[in-house]
Design a protein around this ligand. Structure first.
Ligand SMILES: Cc1ncc(COP(=O)(O)O)c(C=O)c1O
Length: 383
């Protein structure tokens, strides 16, 4: 499956997206459950603020970002997590994707080994390898509800030491979320092993069992990465942020100056307003929560293996053992025959992913209902 010497692979969800769009171009209606992005636009006030700012010159901002955005983010940490953060420790980034690049080059030198969970967000492995770092994969399984533990980190580190751990809770593709005690175990294990902890908190806010816990509530040594893409419905605006420890902030700022100059100005303006529009974001979340139950029940009825609905994010990572042992083939056939787009598990897990498919329930209820109906016909006809 590897198609380059360094192990870099395509992001299969994007390949499925390309095929789905091409079928749509031919006039077919496709239920789009393959890509993890909200169907709704940003909050109306965000759009108004951007319309107002548009005629002004949109120059670079300072490298770390607009003061108003970083003050707003400090306020967000105060209100949501009861932690006081100095706005000077915050950097506005081009989505969390740029945050990963800054985090890796800030904390490590090329060649350093960085650990991630398997399954996990595919860009983690591809970005780490593509930038000249090395990877360590820590397998997590359905038996422990896909949650990572300190013991698993320690066992993996004993086998093959690593300098960093990049971890998301809630996670993609499983939606698994750790609670305060479990996150404290992960943070303490990293501290004991001298491993730099990078906490990808992009799905914070999209939690269905209890409030998301930020690593900032437990330590000031972690690098926090977050984004406006998911909770605030702003994927294409390419805007996110990082919070860095004091000893790393200057290096992150210098890298940002040189690699990106600054995050997009209009998007920073939009993000500053989005932070105050939580009611809108919560209304979107309520719709995902309904879809989560609907999709979970539907998939179980169809014979997918999904012991319980996800803790957070907007994904169902469902076992397809009853239907296929080739997730890519299953997804391509389902897309062509039934017009339902989903992402093969091999995107997230190069070892065991053939047994799984990820469905995103970030779209409308109608899309989820229609997809379930179509899948019923597809599976009854033999897949
Ligand atoms: C866990 C995780 N981190 C980061 C990203 C990238 O997000 P952004 O749009 O902020 O670059 C995604 C996107 O799906 C994701 O699932």
């Amino acid at each position: 499956m590897t198609n380059s010497a360094d192990g870099l692979l395509p992001f299969f969800a994007m390949d499925i997206l390309k095929r789905a769009k091409s079928l749509e171009g031919q006039g077919r209606g496709i239920c789009r459950l393959e890509v993890g992005e909200p169907g709704a636009p940003p909050a109306p006030r965000v759009l108004e603020a951007v319309a107002q700012a548009l005629p002004e010159p949109q120059g670079y901002t300072n490298a770390k970002g607009l003061d108003s955005l970083r003050r707003g983010l400090a306020c967000h940490y105060e209100q949501q997590y009861a932690v006081a953060i100095d706005p000077d420790l915050i950097v506005a980034t081009m989505g969390s994707s740029a945050g990963f690049i800054l985090a890796f080059h800030t904390a490590f030198r090329p060649g350093a080994r960085i650990a991630v969970t398997r399954p996990g967000y595919p860009a983690y492995v591809n970005t780490i390898l593509g930038l000249g770092f090395r990877i360590a994969e820590i397998p997590v399984g359905a038996a422990n509800d896909w949650r990572l533990t300190g013991a698993q980190i320690a066992a993996a580190h004993a086998k093959q030491p690593f300098e960093g751990l990049l971890f998301a809770s809630p996670a993609n593709p499983t939606g698994a979320a750790v609670d305060r005690e479990q996150l404290a175990d992960i943070v303490a294990t990293c501290a004991r092993l001298g491993v730099t902890f990078i906490s990808d908190e992009i799905y914070h806010g999209l939690d269905y069992r209890g409030p998301s816990v930020s690593a900032l509530e437990l330590t000031r040594d972690a690098i926090i990465i977050n984004s406006f893409s998911k909770y605030y419905c702003m994927t294409g605006w390419r805007i996110g942020w990082m919070v860095l420890p004091e000893d790393l902030i200057r290096r992150a700022e210098i890298l940002q100056q040189n690699l990106f100059i600054s995050a997009p100005t209009l998007s920073q303006i939009a993000a500053t307003v989005a932070l105050r529009e939580r009611d809108y974001a919560e209304a979107q979340k309520a719709a995902y929560a309904r879809n989560r139950v609907l999709l979970g029940q539907g998939l179980r009825e169809l014979g997918f293996d999904l012991p319980h609905d996800s803790d957070g994010a907007f994904y169902a990572y469902a076992g397809i053992g009853k239907f296929s042992n080739d997730a890519m083939d299953f997804c391509l056939t389902m897309l062509d025959r039934a017009g339902v787009a989903a992402t093969p598990g091999v995107d997230f897990d190069r070892t065991d992913g053939n047994g799984y498919v990820r469905f995103s329930y970030a779209g409308t209820q109608r899309t989820v209902e229609e997809a379930l109906e179509r899948m019923r016909g597809f599976l009854e006809a033999g897949g």
